[in-house]
Write a protein that binds this ligand. Structure first.
Ligand code: ADP
Ligand code: MG
Length: 504
C-alpha cells in the first residue's frame, strides 16, 4: 500500500463530535483520525475531554453532535457491549470489575465459555490463565478481584479487553496504577496487539511513555482539537506547549521565609518500625520539606508511622514543641497532621459524594449543632470559600467529586484538610495522575499554603518536581534518612546518590 493510500484508509474517524454535560461543554466539535496499524496517543490537560471522547467511542456516552466512522462506515454504538461486538474495547480510568467475583468470572462475565454444552468454570479459569500469562502477570485466575491490589485489578481489565477480538483497543490511563514491570509487560502487549488491521488509542500523563510507544499524537485542549502530529517529528516541549497553550517557564522557589529561631511545627524523633529505621526530622512553619528516594525506600511507611496508620516500635512526635500521642490516624488528625495519600480515590475522597460533603467529611463535629443536626448551610459556605480560594474548577459545589479532573479532586482533598484546621499537610505524590498545567497549579497552591503558615511535607518520586517544590530535601534509602539537601544544593544526581546509599 502506498503512503497516500494508507493515509486515506482510517480505522476510526471522529468528526465534529460535541458532548455537553450539565454546565460543561466537554467536547466542542472535535476530530480524531486513527489509522490501522498505529498506536495513537491522545494528549491534553485534565478536563480536555479525552475520557469523554473515549467513552463515546466505547459506547458508554452518546454524542450530542458529530459522527463516528469505523472502517469508513457509520458507527453508532448503543452501549459498551455493542461497541465490543463491533471490535472496539475500552479500558477505563475507573475500574469496572465486580469485586466479589473471581478474576476469571470477571473476564468472561456475561459470555462464559461453554464446556461440553455446560457453563464451564474450569474452562473459564484455563482461558483466563492463558490471557493473564499473555500479559505477563502471575496471579491465580480464581482469586477474588477484591483481594487484588489496584494494579493487578487493572491488569484484569486489560486481560478482559484483549479477550474480545478487538480491532481497536482504547486505553485511558492504563498505567496510572502499574509498576514499571507491569508497564513493560503492557507495552509488549500493545506491540503484539497492533497489526495492519488493528490500532490502539492510548491516553497517559507520562510523557516519556507516550514518546516511546506512540506513532502519532493528537492534542486536545478545553474540549477542542488542537493538532495531530507524528511522534517522530515532535518533542516533549512542543506537546506540552500545545496542551497548555502557553509556555511553562522554569520556576524559582520564593525565598524561604523560615525564622531561624522558630519552633518546628512538626518534630519527629527516632521513629522506628519494621520498615523505618530511626528517622528524625523537623519541619518549620513556612517551609516545604521534600522527601526523595526510590520506590520502597520507606517514605510512605514513615508517613504512615507518623500518622498512626502503621505501628511504631519507638519514637516521639511533637507538634508546636509539645509531645503528642498518636496511636491511630484520628489522633493525627486531632493533632493537626493530615496525610494526603497518593491514592486519592481510595483514601482521600468519597467519589460519589458532592464537593460539599467531601469538604465537610473530616470536620463533621464542627458542622453539627448542639442537638445533633448537620449544618448544611455552614458546610456550603465553607465549601464555597475553598472552591474560590483554591480555584476548584466545577460548575457547582453539589457536583459529585468523581466528575472532577484529577487536579481538582486533589484540591478538594486539600480543602477537606484545611477545613479541619490541619497545620501539617503531608502530601504523598501530590501530582500523580495530574497533568502538566494542573501540576503547576498544585505547586502554586503548595507555596500558598506555606505562605499562610501551614507546613508542608512532600513525598515525590519525580525528581524535577521534588527539586521544584522543596525548600529542603531529605532523602531516604532502605528505611533510613541518608542525607539532607538545601534547595540550592539539590540536583537530580545528588538525590540519586543519597537514594542509593545503603546504611546498616
Ligand atoms: P480528560 O479525560 O481529558 O481529563 P474528561 O473527558 O474527563 O477530560 O472531562 C471533560 C470535561 O467534562 C471536564 O470539565 C469534566 O469535568 C466534564 N465531565 C466529564 N464527565 C462528566 C460527567 N459525567 N458529568 C459532568 N461533567 C463531566
Ligand atoms: Mg480522563
Amino acid at each position: 500500500m502506498t503512503e497516500s493510500a494508507s493515509q486515506e484508509r482510517l480505522l476510526l474517524e471522529a468528526k465534529g463530535i460535541t458532548k455537553r454535560f450539565p454546565g460543561v461543554l466537554a467536547l466542542d466539535g472535535v476530530s480524531l483520525s486513527i489509522r490501522p496499524g498505529e498506536v495513537h496517543a491522545l494528549m491534553g490537560e485534565n478536563g480536555a475531554g479525552k475520557s469523554t471522547l473515549m467513552k463515546i467511542i466505547g459506547g458508554i456516552y452518546q454524542p450530542d453532535g458529530g459522527e463516528l466512522l469505523l472502517n469508513g462506515k457509520p458507527y453508532t454504538p448503543k452501549g459498551p457491549a455493542d461497541a465490543q461486538s463491533q471490535g472496539v474495547s475500552l479500558i477505563h480510568q475507573e475500574l469496572n470489575l465486580v469485586p466479589d467475583l473471581t478474576v476469571a468470572q470477571n473476564i468472561f462475565l456475561g459470555r462464559e465459555p461453554m464446556g461440553a454444552g455446560l457453563l464451564s468454570e474450569d474452562k473459564a479459569v484455563k482461558q483466563a490463565t492463558e490471557l493473564l500469562h499473555r500479559i505477563g502477570v502471575t496471579f491465580d485466575a480464581r482469586t477474588l478481584v477484591r483481594d487484588l491490589p489496584v494494579a493487578s485489578q487493572q491488569m484484569v481489565e486489560i486481560a478482559k479487553a484483549i479477550s474480545f477480538d478487538s480491532q481497536l483497543l482504547v486505553m485511558d490511563e492504563p498505567t496510572a496504577a502499574l509498576t514499571d514491570r507491569e508497564v513493560e509487560a503492557l507495552f509488549k502487549l500493545i506491540h503484539d496487539f497492533v497489526s495492519p488491521t488493528t490500532a490502539v488509542i492510548y491516553i497517559s500523563h507520562r510523557m516519556e511513555e507516550l514518546m516511546q510507544i506512540s506513532d502519532r499524537i493528537t492534542v486536545f485542549r478545553d474540549g477542542r482539537f488542537v493538532k495531530e502530529l507524528k511522534t517522530e517529528d515532535t518533542s516533549r516541549d512542543e506537546i506540552v506547549r500545545l496542551m497548555v497553550g502557553r509556555k511553562i517557564t522554569a520556576y524559582d522557589r520564593p525565598e524561604n521565609v523560615r525564622d531561624p529561631d522558630a519552633t518546628p511545627t512538626l518534630e519527629v524523633r527516632h521513629i522506628t518500625n519494621a520498615m523505618v529505621k530511626d528517622a528524625s526530622f523537623s519541619v518549620y512553619p513556612g517551609e516545604i520539606l521534600g522527601f526523595g528516594g526510590l520506590a520502597g525506600a520507606g517514605r510512605t511507611e514513615l508517613a504512615r508511622a507518623i500518622i498512626g496508620a502503621d505501628p511504631k516500635t519507638s519514637g516521639e512526635i511533637l507538634v508546636d514543641g509539645k509531645p503528642v500521642t498518636i496511636r491511630r490516624p484520628s489522633d493525627a488528625v486531632d493533632a493537626g497532621i493530615a496525610y494526603l495519600s497518593e491514592d486519592r480515590k481510595q483514601f482521600g475522597l468519597v467519589l460519589d459524594e458532592t464537593i460539599n460533603d467531601n469538604v465537610a467529611i473530616a470536620s463533621l463535629k464542627d458542622f453539627t449543632s448542639k442537638i445533633g443536626l448537620i449544618r448544611d448551610r455552614d458546610i456550603a459556605k465553607t465549601a464555597k470559600k475553598y472552591i474560590g480560594a483554591l480555584s476548584i474548577k466545577t460548575p457547582s459545589a453539589t457536583q459529585q467529586v468523581k466528575n472532577l479532573s484529577g487536579g481538582n479532586q486533589q484540591k478538594v482533598v486539600i480543602a477537606k484538610w484545611l477545613a479541619r484546621n490541619s497545620k501539617v499537610l503531608i502530601f504523598d505524590e501530590p501530582t500523580r495522575g495530574i497533568d502538566v498545567g494542573a501540576k503547576q497549579e498544585i505547586y502554586t497552591l503548595l507555596d500558598q499554603l506555606v505562605q499562610e503558615g501551614h507546613c508542608v511535607v512532600v513525598i515525590s518520586s519525580e525528581l524535577e518536581e521534588l527539586i521544584r517544590v522543596s525548600d529542603r530535601i531529605l532523602v531516604m534509602c532502605n528505611g533510613s534518612i541518608t542525607g539532607e539537601l538545601s534547595h540550592k544544593e539539590a540536583t537530580q544526581e545528588r538525590i540519586m546518590e543519597l537514594a542509593t546509599t545503603f546504611r546498616k
